[in-house]
Design a protein around this ligand. Structure first.
Ligand SMILES: *Cc1c(COP(=O)(O)O)cnc(C)c1O
Length: 396
């Protein structure tokens, strides 16, 4: 007979999912109620308010899509684009490439603005593209490129889009809850995220928010959105304002308990505190990695504190090191992707996983694994450098 599945207790320091807190895991085990139960409807309202806080927006159309981040991405593209439209798509990693796929599958044209993997999106190139393509109706970019660990200047990119009267689709899957993100102040129009990165919820939910400009565009569509499930006009009837909720699909009831709990935890900590915690642990990790003689793959100004790309030294076997971390330390870190495969490791410090204990664990484990590879390092220097950094903060 097939046995029950009991996963090991891992520490998740890859590109997501991140460690889910015991509080959130416990919320999943609460009794399932009907998705149209009046109590569940009020939970939905609270989730909406909490998401507005996380996104820093007052957008009415703010809700969690019942599917992973990729579905949030698709929802933004299929609702804002129609056949024959043009979108400017910035690519500096894996996820910009997926945006292009989405644009083309909508029957629209993608004008690509490409930058090196590990570099931010260049606003000058975007300005050029906007000037050269007055037919474009959308600018799409990734705020935090998880494949490389690079932040782009979302505020400037949104400003350029405003100046040219195009709507912004912004990927915030990895940025939400980890770095500054101000949907309203920046003027982003269709923004999607994921539950399993800096929110540290279980995977499978995608928070999205649409500006009034985006809603207007959706309502003015000449043709129905080709995706029934992701058609925001229909989803609005389920999640929408004061009107009676109409059945659209069965919400993942327990997963939404978990999202609610996650967002309550974020509110308790405070968004600004969560952001500075990510920054603090990132600084400590980098101090440790550099003390080991390793170098970061991304320039300091554009590094993501929640996703640290570090160069794999010559002579060190990528897969063997990651395998050892998992086997001996129950520690997961990420491999490089695409152009960076085999060249970098991606060490996540996302959400609940962004804590001092994990920084120290990772540095210790990595030191052991690198020594086994014959890599020369100064034993104990990494943990000492990180600890010194933490000490310097408390001044004790
Ligand atoms: C993880 C990720 C996605 C996809 O999210 P899924 O939940 O895996 O579908 C999209 N964009 C970025 C930047 C991501 O990091």
């Amino acid at each position: 007979m097939t046995q029950s599945f009991f996963p090991p207790q891992r520490t998740l320091m890859g590109p997501g999912p991140s460690d889910v807190s015991p509080r959130v895991l416990a919320s999943l085990a609460r009794p399932t109620i009907g998705h149209l139960d009046p109590l569940f409807v009020s939970l939905m309202d609270e989730i909406k308010g909490l998401l507005q806080y996380a996104f820093q927006t007052s957008n009415e159309l703010t809700l969690p899509i019942s599917a992973p981040g990729s579905a949030g991405m698709e929802a933004c593209f299929v609702n804002l684009l129609s056949c024959g439209d043009t979108a400017i798509v910035c690519q500096n990693g894996v996820f910009g490439g997926r945006m292009r796929e989405n644009v083309e599958r909508c029957g629209a044209t993608a004008v690509m603005v490409e930058d090196d993997w590990g570099a931010p999106v260049d606003p000058h190139k975007v300005a050029e593209a906007l000037k050269n393509h007055p037919e474009a109706s959308v600018l799409a970019f990734v705020h935090a490129e998880t494949s490389t660990g690079t932040r782009s200047d979302a505020e400037t990119l949104c400003k350029l889009a405003r100046e040219h009267g195009v709507l912004v689709i912004m990927d915030t899957v990895t940025s939400l809850g980890g770095i500054e993100l101000k949907v309203d102040a920046w003027g982003a129009d269709a923004v999607y995220s994921g539950s399993q990165k800096c929110l540290s919820c279980v995977p499978g939910i995608s928070p999205v928010t649409f500006s009034p400009r985006a809603v207007e565009r959706i309502q003015a569509r000449a043709h129905k959105v080709q995706s029934w499930f992701l058609d925001m006009q229909l989803v609005m009837g389920y999640w929408g304002g004061d009107s009676k909720r109409a059945y659209h699909h069965t919400a993942p009831v327990n997963a939404l308990y978990a999202l609610h709990e996650t967002l309550v935890i974020l509110q308790e900590e405070g968004l600004d505190n969560a952001i500075s915690r990510h920054q603090r642990n990132h600084k400590a990790l980098v101090a440790g990695l550099e003390a080991m003689g390793l170098s970061m793959a991304v320039e300091e100004a554009w590094r993501l504190p929640q996703l640290n790309s570090v160069c794999i030294p010559d002579g060190v076997d990528d897969a063997r090191v990651r395998g050892r971390l998992l086997r001996d330390f129950d520690l997961e870190i990420g491999a490089g992707l695409g152009a960076l495969a085999g060249k970098t490791w991606r060490i996540g410090l996302m959400g609940h996983a962004s804590r001092q204990r994990n920084v120290i664990l990772c540095l210790n484990a990595l030191e052991t694994a690198l020594k086994a590879e014959g890599y020369a390092l100064d034993s104990g220097a990494a943990v000492e450098a990180a600890s010194d950094y933490y000490q310097s903060l408390t001044g004790s």
